[in-house]
Design a protein around this ligand. Structure first.
Ligand code: ADP
Ligand code: MG
Length: 228
């Protein structure tokens, strides 16, 4: 098991009232599986991904990563842990506009203090992996949406994390481009053993996932398990 949550709950205080966004979420995510988190807009998908990605703190409940209780980590340890264990992919790509594709992919490695030569080599290899060798020196504005998302995906892979968290990664893409991105993520799961957790509305992603957690009563419940 790579990731497990126990009664994960997030509430926000709004004046005198408390808003419960997600309540008692119990995920069990096996290593190397493709997991989709499904639910209507506002059901707490992003909130849940931010929690399991250690970007925010739960109001109550726990997150175990490879059996380790992450609530025991200091802020500094969390940041370090995130950098080497978790890659993020967003709906709107979130590339740095002033950096080239190559530099965007190098950035997480720079944060992790990887040697500059290694950064360059690895970023080149990763961009080649997604067919973007001819786009290494281009800035996000000069790339198509699909190309930007491919850059974002290999940026997420830069420090070779075991878990990739993707928040509606096909939301801004046309059908065919979205399909290519799904296949790329699926391929990372199958050939590199990455664990992929995707929040999505996309029925196609739901169909190919090993496990689907569907929004229900402010929580997410496991609805299907298929053996690939
Ligand atoms: P989804 O990704 O499924 O669309 P979100 O996790 O973005 O859902 O949001 C779930 C709910 O939590 C929404 O009703 C949203 O308004 C609320 N919410 C999210 N972040 C905050 C915040 N920082 N303060 C107050 N409410 C928030
Ligand atoms: Mg969202």
């Amino acid at each position: 098991m790579i990731l497990e949550t126990q009664n994960l709950t997030k509430t926000y205080q709004f004046g005198s009232s408390t808003i419960t966004v997600i309540k008692n979420v119990n995920l069990e995510i096996e290593n190397g599986t493709f997991v989709s988190i499904v639910g209507p807009s506002g059901s707490g998908k992003t909130t849940l991904l931010n929690l399991i990605g250690l970007l925010s703190h739960p109001t109550s409940g726990k997150i175990f990563f490879k059996g380790e209780d992450t609530s025991q980590l200091s802020e500094r340890e969390r940041r370090k842990f995130r950098l080497s264990n978790i890659g993020f992919v967003f709906q709107t790509f979130n590339l740095i506009p002033t950096l080239t594709a190559q530099e965007n992919v190098e950035l997480p490695m720079a944060f992790a203090r990887v040697k500059p030569d290694t950064q360059r080599e690895r970023a080149k290899d990763l961009l080649q992996l997604v067919g973007l060798t001819h786009r290494t020196c281009h800035r996000p504005k000069q790339l198509s949406a699909g190309e930007m998302q491919r850059v974002a995906i290999v940026r997420a892979l830069a420090n070779d994390p075991s878990l990739i968290i993707a928040d509606e990664p096909t939301g801004e893409l046309d059908t065919q481009t979205g399909l290519n991105i799904i296949n790329l993520l699926l391929n990372l799961c199958k050939t590199q053993g990455k664990t992929i957790v995707i929040a999505t509305h996309d029925e196609k992603i739901k169909k190919i996932a090993d496990v689907v957690y569907e929004s229900y009563a402010r929580s997410f419940v496991r609805t299907t398990v298929q053996n690939r």
